[in-house]
Every structure is written in C-alpha cells, then in structure tokens.
Write a protein that binds this ligand. Structure first.
Ligand code: AMP
Length: 410
C-alpha cells in the first residue's frame, strides 16, 4: 500500500493523518493521531478512520522533548504499524507562503530557506511548521515533502484587497493583506460543485468559525477577499485573538500604558477575543451555556461582527448568492448560525430552522434570496490532495520510487 502522511505541527503538539493512495483518485484516510504535551506530558494517540483506538502511549518529558523528537516517534510508530507499506510523500501545513508562494511546493533547501524568511510574518506559527520539515529532511532525505500554505488560496486577490494604505516600499517588502485559513476555503471551494452545484460558480461568503475565525468571499471558486490580513489577528474576534482593532489602540498601549511589544502580542493573541470579552472562557459551548452578562456580550459581539462582515464581503463581490458555515462553531452550533442568519435577513435570507437543527447541508428555505449551507471542512484532506498532486507531478519527472517506510539516515 502506498501512503501519504500529513503533518500539522504546533508549539507543543504534532497532529498527523495517514492516507492511502492505492485505489481512489483522491487520498483515503487510514488513520489520524497526535502527539501532545511535547516536553511536559508527551502522549501519542492514534485512531483509525472509523474512530477505533490504534495507539495511546505516554512518555517521559525527556523522551519527547521537542517537535523533532515527536516526529521521530511518529515515524517509528508508522514503520511498525504500516510495515510493508510505502511512505511516498509528506504534506505539511505551513502558515505563511509570503508574497512568493501561491500554490503548494516541493520542499528543498532553497524552499526551506525562503520559508524561514517568512517567520517574522507568522512568528507564533511558522517556526513550528518548519521544524518537522527540517527534521524529516535531515533524517529521511529521500522522502518527498510538500509545503501547503494557509495564504496560497488568497494570492489571487485583486490589488485593492491585497493592499494597506501605506507607502509602496512596505508593500514591496511584504506588508500585505495575505489572508489565512486558505486550505479550509480551498477545500470548501472544491466541494461546492458536488455539494451545492447551483452556487459553485456564484458569489459565496464562507464563514470559517472555529477557535481561529475568519471569512472569505469566493467568486466562481476563487478567493476575492478575506477578513484576515497581514497576520491571523485581523477581522473577526476569535477564541483568544482580538480581531479588527484600531492600530491607535496599540500605539496607546505602547506610549501611554508602558506595554512592551511582547505585552501587546500576549494581549492581542491570548487575552482578547471571546475570552477577553467574557472574562470566562474562549469556548462557545460554555459561553452559550452560561447565564453571565459578559458571556452574553461576548457572543453578541461575535455574531454582530460575523453579520457585519457578510455585508462587507458581499460588497466586495457586488452581491451574494450563498453563505456557507464551517469549522468547529460553524459546523456544530445551530444557535450561532441562527443568530447570524437572523441578523442577515435584510439580504432576503430565510433560514429553514428544522434543517438548521439537523445540520444541513442546505439550511435555508427554497425561496431564500441567499441560500445557506453547512459544509464540514477538512484541511488535512486538502493538504493530502495537494501532496498527492505534487507527488504525482514529481514522480512523472523521476523514474525511481522509494520502497518501504524509510529508515532514518545514519
Ligand atoms: P476548531 O478550531 O475548528 O476545531 O473549533 C473549535 C471551537 O469550536 C471550540 O473552541 C468551540 O468553541 C467550538 N465548538 C465545538 N463544538 C461546538 C458546539 N457544539 N457548539 C458551539 N461551539 C462549538
């Protein structure tokens, strides 16, 4: 069996998915797992595609002290679990492709060096995404690695959506509105022709509402604009991130309140958003269950901002045919969907309440001027599709394949 591995690395966790590329034209999920608690209470867990447990092992902090060690442990588990299979390629989620990468790319030393230069553009994510890539390149130099970018799907934005009103030299050095969650939006755009063919060529606003939240205007399958910009802080309020903020607030914190740059970063990334507003939690389930006035305000603010951005992104496309909800909140919270749709009735949008409670996929009534959908996203599946495409192209140029789940280099 030929296998693909998809890797999504964080600061203290490493998520992975294994796909078979034997039978189907698209990769088929075989198992998914993660190593979490890296450096503190490392634990490797994995399940098969039906949810049955394949692995649940704990380790001492020094046994898996960093992401490279976690990658090594996952490699050892894969070699044992899938002995006799061929690992043909590894796909990585990468936060930032900068102005340069508008499509997935096969990783080599030049690409790694280029991606390293984008670390200042995504300091909280990019270093973690590059670490397993570097460690795999050292230990398994023969394995094809593919970098798949959260920014790539948005690189075709019109210039007015790509710019800030700042001098040109800053734009040229990379101060642009990149947009993120691109792998999620691309997955949804690729599914529309089969799930909702009547809107696939139309103007669609996709709401990716999860612990990180953003929205994207997609016209005829292409990203036109997004609520996120230079970093993944802009736009909607998130679990712990602030969303749209007057930059004057940052100046005030720095000059009047004596905040350091690190203090500001911590506030905007970790102490803001739903957690900051409610003072309770960043989890929408707990906020919905709470009777606290601050919890209510946090959810009111979230719904208000989503509804406001629907109007803004519809304007970016000169109209709107459909609204799609996805990610943790978008897929699982009928109440948040209902509240966003209630605020959007001015568009002629009419929700089907029973369909909304049932989870869709179509949750609007037939005469609604804007149809509304719930479509589960699959960022790892999108990475797997890209990795398979890139590997096939690469293999077309190369005559010899690798055999076996490879042993590390000496
Ligand atoms: P994600 O980042 O896409 O995995 O989304 C995670 C977030 O989804 C969590 O922080 C929760 O706030 C939210 N979530 C998950 N399930 C539900 C639910 N049933 N109702 C409301 N929010 C949910």
């Amino acid at each position: 069996m030929d296998l693909l591995l998809v890797v999504n690395a964080g600061s203290s966790s490493l998520k992975f998915c294994v796909y078979s590329i034997a039978e189907a034209p698209t990769p088929a999920l075989v198992s998914r797992g993660q190593v979490d608690g890296i450096g503190t209470h490392p634990r490797l867990r994995a399940r098969d595609d039906g949810g049955a447990t394949l692995a649940d092992q704990t380790f001492g902090p020094t046994e898996i002290a960093d992401v490279a060690a976690a990658m090594g442990r996952v490699g050892a588990w894969l070699r044992e679990k899938y002995a006799g299979s061929n690992l043909v390629a590894v796909g990585h989620r990468v936060a930032h492709g900068g102005p340069r990468y508008s499509a997935p790319v096969i990783v080599d030393a030049t690409v790694l060096a280029a991606l390293e230069r984008f670390v200042p553009l995504a300091p909280l994510h990019q270093p973690h995404h590059l670490r397993p890539m570097r460690s795999l390149a050292e230990r398994y130099p023969g394995v094809v690695q593919v970098a798949c970018f959260d920014t790539a799907f948005h690189r075709g934005h019109p210039e007015v959506a790509d710019r800030y009103a700042l001098p040109d030299d800053l734009y040229k050095e990379g101060v642009r509105r990149y947009g993120f969650h691109g792998l999620s939006y691309e997955y949804i755009a690729r599914r529309l022709p089969s799930v909702a063919p009547e809107i696939a060529r139309g103007a669609v606003v996709v709401c990716h509402l999860g612990s990180g939240s953003s929205m994207c205007a997609i016209k005829a399958g292409r990203s036109v604009d997004s609520t996120m910009g230079f970093t993944a802080l802009d736009g909607l309020p998130m679990g712990t991130r602030c969303g749209q903020l007057d930059p004057g607030v940052v100046l005030y914190l720095l000059t009047e309140k004596g905040y350091s740059a690190t203090d500001v970063e911590h506030l905007l990334y970790h102490r803001a958003g739903l957690r900051g507003l409610s003072g309770i939690t960043n989890d929408v389930r707990d906020l919905l269950a709470s009777g606290d006035a601050h919890a209510r305000l946090a959810l009111d603010y979230f719904v208000y901002r989503v509804a406001r951005e629907i109007g803004s992104l519809a304007a970016a496309m000169n109209g709107i045919d459909a609204l799609v909800f996805t990610a943790g909140i978008g897929e699982n919270s009928p109440e948040i969907r209902a509240r966003v749709c209630a605020r959007s009735r001015w568009l002629g949008l009419e929700m089907d309440e029973a369909a909304n409670r049932a989870g869709g996929p179509c949750i609007s009534i037939p005469r609604s001027a804007v149809s509304v959908w719930v479509i589960p996203t699959d960022e790892e599946g999108m990475i797997a599709e890209h990795t398979l495409e890139a590997w096939r192209t690469h293999e077309g140029r190369r005559s010899h394949a690798h055999d076996g789940v490879p042993e590390p280099a000496a």
